[in-house]
Design a protein around this ligand. Structure first.
Ligand SMILES: Nc1ncnc2c1ncn2[C@@H]1O[C@H](COP(=O)(O)OP(=O)(O)OP(=O)(O)O)[C@@H](O)[C@H]1O
Ligand SMILES: O=P(O)(O)OC[C@H]1O[C@H](OP(=O)(O)OP(=O)(O)O)[C@H](O)[C@@H]1O
Length: 212
């Protein structure tokens, strides 16, 4: 039997993913060692392999078949636009993609002004402004601390993840519009889906019954 390989994002979602896998009897003790720098782990009896990758790279590994299965946020799936099957909403890592800014930026959205939008997610932003809102904007790509942009005058608004709302509140910003809800999803390589359909379907059934 060949190994079934999982690519897991090594950020915020990793711990809950491992917990969920444990509940259905898939364990990989070695992966829980937070001090370890090891990247790939094998569960020999179950013929499973796991590796930890940067979240945005997970859909890439899955599209190319380097991993059969991936677990990643819906934001990453939308942003990366890779050819993968999204098969399951895992229900954790819940947050929202939102347009945020100072409250006085709200009319700029309503009146479709040519504004600057700072974000870590240029593709999601482009799609939302151009295809949903039909508003032309200038998109500025940043890599983190996105909330700084409207504070220091780099942009009028931002498109970013809001979970508790604390970061916005502490910086005098607000949600101006919700783009979409987000959560962790399971993705599968399209060829693996056919070649390993038995094992993958059984895994999905076990996960679904656990999530119910
Ligand atoms: N408060 C939050 N901020 C960011 N992501 C969150 C939050 N809450 C849940 N998530 C979800 O967790 C996923 C992983 O987030 P995390 O910050 O660990 O990684 P990343 O953004 O992919 O990578 P990095 O932080 O290295 O740039 C996100 O893609 C998102 O779906
Ligand atoms: O609504 P909250 O609970 O405050 O969470 C949202 C914040 O968390 C994320 O940032 P992250 O911690 O990943 O850091 P970053 O800004 O460097 O990307 C996100 O980009 C927001 O800034």
């Amino acid at each position: 039997m060949r190994y079934l390989t999982f690519a897991l994002g090594k950020g915020r979602l990793a711990e809950q993913t491992l917990k969920l896998f444990e509940k259905i009897g898939i364990t990989c003790e070695e992966m829980k060692d937070k001090d370890s720098r090891k990247l790939i782990f094998v569960n020999e009896p179950m013929k499973l392999k796991f590796f930890l990758a940067k979240g945005p790279d997970v859909p890439t590994y899955v599209e190319y078949g380097a991993a059969d299965i991936g677990v990643v946020g819906k934001d990453t799936i939308l942003e990366e636009g890779r050819k993968v099957h999204e098969v399951l909403d895992l229900g954790y890592g819940k947050c929202r993609m939102c347009i945020c800014g100072h409250p006085d930026a709200s009319p700029l959205l309503r009146h479709h002004e040519l504004i600057r939008v700072a974000t870590k997610y240029p593709n999601i932003t482009k799609d939302y402004f151009y295809n949903t809102k039909h508003q032309t904007v200038e998109i500025i790509k940043l890599n983190g601390s996105i909330e700084l942009a409207p504070i220091v005058g780099l942009s009028e608004v931002i498109v970013d993840i809001v979970e508790t709302g604390t970061t916005l509140k502490e910086n005098g910003l607000e949600v101006l519009e919700e783009v979409c809800p987000l959560s962790a999803r399971m993705i599968v390589n399209p060829v693996s889906m056919r070649m390993e359909s038995g094992r993958i379907k059984s895994l999905l059934a076990q996960l679904r019954s656990q999530l119910d």
